[in-house]
Design a protein around this ligand. Structure first.
Ligand SMILES: NC(=O)c1ccc[n+]([C@@H]2O[C@H](COP(=O)([O-])OP(=O)(O)OC[C@H]3O[C@@H](n4cnc5c(N)ncnc54)[C@H](O)[C@@H]3O)[C@@H](O)[C@H]2O)c1
Length: 327
């Protein structure tokens, strides 16, 4: 079976990452299986036309019309957060599976509705938390699951402000549900990019978030928007009772430090080495494979909602100066 795919939002992230990843994925399946990219939609006609020409698909400027005229199995919603829920809910109500960019939406209420409609319509709703699919983070998950690092102690991230959505998700992904967060930011308001009423992207001198997880262990994020893009934007250390693992960059190696042995370095295969595009390819492929097998997506709408609730709690903690329970 071939899933027919339509894309809503033909901007930067679609053109740079998702569409090349879709091409690679569709080429990797035998001819009658996998996916077929058939239609694209952007409010701006020129953008839709440019993508349509490059990929040989039909262009639209209205998601509703695209859904009415195409028999789609999957819609990828690659608009910005504030434009996500409406397009996603239109597709879900038409009985079409949805894969959307992070953050799932710009408000908890809209995200809750997306999750509710997906459940009502029995459609898959996935969120692109693609850092989970970066080879070193996949390796870390395997090391934790195999017991190699022992029982958890803490997880700690240094992160550029632009990566915070992902790092909030990674904290929960590796350590489980969040009991409380405590946050302190030094925000420079003149450099902030405000979405709606809230600060979704805050340009900050520093952002500090500490996490207390339901299992009693700890996590943190410390970062700044002054961290230069010329150097790694995220580094991570996971400590367990039997050893530590450090990931110096989003893609690349894992340094393994067992408590009772020598340091060893795990490196991804040559092709995956320093290429961020692999995170999109792995994330989209995992979602599509789940749909084809009629299984739950690897990153669900609920995961997207939880990340947003944690983000909201972080903002509240920053405002009030107290620890906040996210859900
Ligand atoms: N996962 C990652 O690593 C990663 C990286 C970069 C960006 N992103 C996310 O990707 C999202 C999009 O970012 P971008 O830089 O591509 O934005 P963008 O503004 O370049 O593109 C968004 C496009 O959506 C179109 N659009 C808006 N509403 C629409 C609608 N109802 N129907 C059809 N088209 C519509 C706009 O016209 C625009 O062309 C953001 O939410 C961002 O957080 C994720």
């Amino acid at each position: 079976m071939k899933l027919k795919v339509g894309v809503v939002g033909c901007g930067g992230v679609a053109q740079r990452w998702h569409l090349p990843a879709l091409s690679k994925i569709s080429e990797s399946w035998p001819s009658k299986q996998g996916i077929e990219f058939v239609a694209c939609c952007d409010l701006i006609q020129e953008k839709a036309d440019a993508v349509a020409k490059q990929y040989g698909v039909r262009p639209y400027t209205d998601p509703g019309r695209m859904l009415a005229e195409e028999e789609l199995d999957l819609v990828m919603v690659l608009t910005r957060e504030q434009d996500r829920a409406r397009a996603a809910i239109t597709a879900l109500k038409a009985g079409v599976n949805v894969f959307c960019e992070k953050a799932i939406s710009d408000s908890i209420q809209k995200a809750e509705e997306m999750v509710r409609v997906a459940a009502e319509m029995n459609c898959a709703l996935g969120v692109n938390f693609n850092y989970r699919f970066s080879p070193p983070y996949m390796k870390l998950k395997e090391m934790i699951s195999s017991g190699k690092l022992g029982e958890p102690c803490f997880i700690s991230f240094l992160s550029h402000g632009d990566c915070y959505h992902h790092i909030i998700d990674l904290n929960r992904y590796f350590m489980g549900e969040v009991k409380k967060v405590y946050a302190r930011y030094l925000i420079e308001k003149d450099r902030a990019f405000i979405l709606g009423e809230r600060w979704l992207y805050t340009a900050s001198r520093f952002k500090m978030v500490t996490f207390e997880f339901e299992n009693g262990f700890a996590g943190d994020i410390l970062g700044s928007d002054y961290m230069s893009y010329s150097h790694p934007l995220v580094s991570c250390t996971y400590a367990g009772t039997k050893g530590r693992a450090t990931i110096p960059d989003i893609v690349g190696k894992v340094i393994y430090m067992p408590n009772d042995g020598e340091v060893t370095v795990w490196r991804p295969s040559f092709l995956e080495k320093r290429d961020f595009s692999i995170t999109f390819e792995n994330s989209i492929r995992a979602f599509i494979e789940a749909i084809l097998r009629k299984e739950k997506p690897p990153v669900t709408g609920l995961d997207g909602l939880r990340a947003l609730q944690i983000e909201e709690a972080i903002l509240l903690s920053q405002e009030k100066g107290i620890p906040v329970k996210p859900y």
